[in-house]
Design a protein around this ligand. Sequence first.
Ligand code: ZN
Length: 155
Amino acid sequence: MNDALDSLYREVVLDHYKNPRGKKKLAHVDIKNEGKNPMCGDEIEVEVELDGDRVKDLSVSCAGCAISVASGSMLYEVIKGKSLDEVKKIARIVKAMLKGEEYSTDGIDLGDLDVLEGVRKFPVRIKCALLSWTTLVDALEGMENGKKASVSTTE
Ligand code: ZN
């Protein structure tokens, strides 16, 4: 990664870390889940309000390192208003991006998420970046399977 991209990565991550976008209280919660990343001590709580098969609103409260908080904040920005199918697709893209696998954005606007590619340089931080995504997807799948998700941990 060149220096310009490196400083962009740092700037975007720090901005989300200092002002996490999704930290708020929802008036109505349809599904929620907690996640932990024991490797780093990151903890997260995700709440979702649905409108049919669409994420009407969500809240992401994360206590942890800069990467975990920033990733949760970006998740909030990108996921709000998306259909559940799109949410799962985006979560797969993020996973592939972090693991250095090939992916196609399929016309989805990833917002600031592309800077997460910078996390690949720090393998120990990949779990931090994945925490919010794993926690959200587990919550959605738990709902679809008709049971409440237990606390999620990053693989
Ligand atoms: Zn972390």
